[in-house]
Design a protein around this ligand. Sequence first.
Ligand code: S3P
Length: 423
Amino acid sequence: MKFSKVRGLRGEVLVPGDKSISHRSVMFGAISEGNTEIYNYLQGADCLSTISCFRKMGIEIENNGDNVTVHGKGMRGLNRPDCVLDCGNSGTTIRLISGILAAQDFDVTLTGDASIQKRPMGRITEPLSLMGADITSVNGCAPLRIAGKRLHGIHYTSKVASAQVKSAILLAGLYGEGETRVTEPYVSRNHSEIMLKHFGADVRAEGTTAIVQPARELLGNVVRVPGDISSAAFFICAGLMIPNSEILIRNVGINPTRSGILKVCRDMGADIRFLNEYDGDGEPAADVLVKSSSLHGTTISGEMIPALIDEIPVIAAMACFAQGETVIRDAAELKVKESNRLEVMVNSLTAMGADVTETEDGMIIRGGNMLHGAVIDSRLDHRIAMTFAVAGLCAEGETEVLGAECVNISYPNFYGDLERLMR
Ligand code: S3P
């Protein structure tokens, strides 16, 4: 798909439901008693993989294309699937489901696409094994073979701040004997803790430690999924960096463990306002108004990183249009996402004429050079494709994004929504 410079982006956009919250609503609904009604479920390929996995384990799930009803069968109600569970491109699906499946009374094999088969699974197989799980992988990657076992609680100290790791352990902990604790270097997104509580589990946080007690049962509930701030990020950054822009993004989730991008943009001098803030069952949301702004560089590191990990590609592109230097540190996790996002960002921004240097755990971007169009290989990574669609709207000449259709992972109508704003 090809992109060229626009005069501005103006109007309103309603981004689709949050990917992390959508996954969790189906997973937790499936192991709860009774029905779970989910409004604004993300119909991206990743969240459809989660629905498909639970259907294969005997859970009836009605999906009318926006709202989803999960007919939960309780913590012990899953059936042994008669095939391999295919998690597609979705790290959240494979890692969180593993926590549930480690405690069932059947065997199962989980796999996914070529990207998933390269991503590290040792980060979940190690703690789950310490809890008594029988889980094996091929060279630390998918496919994973899990033979359900009786589990016990542990206190696990994770080297990485990862909500997928934390959530897998907490889900296993629901089934284990005794309390389970997970300590992270920095707090990662806390959607599992919020939603598990909403479904009746005893979960709490003490600093960077999440604590769960074993559960006898969870109770199905209503989940209203806010818009995904990781999808809104493309419009936030585009609106700030493209002159003559003003975009109102409605109903965006602004959970503080997710909304680091807003702080970074404000630190860079952005004009961002909240118009209507509300609390949706513990997950705050707001309408976000962004206007073209004169930006300057900043430093992003440490505890900020988990709160904006998926937004770093588009923040890096935006930093090319800011005056001065932007330094991103402590972001080595980007190397093990859907693609090696550090390498892909540095190479692709360089191809467009940016002044960027890769470091061991991040990059340094010296902003202010005009970017020019280039052919960018998305590597079938949805966030890379969307980042370069946006970059292409403010570069000179034409930018072509290869594999552009991969946005269907998290935002099937991204290009349509972007086009409606173009002036
Ligand atoms: C997610 C956690 C993050 C994030 C991913 C979704 C989640 O991954 O990058 O897109 O839903 O828990 P890590 O846990 O690997 O940081």
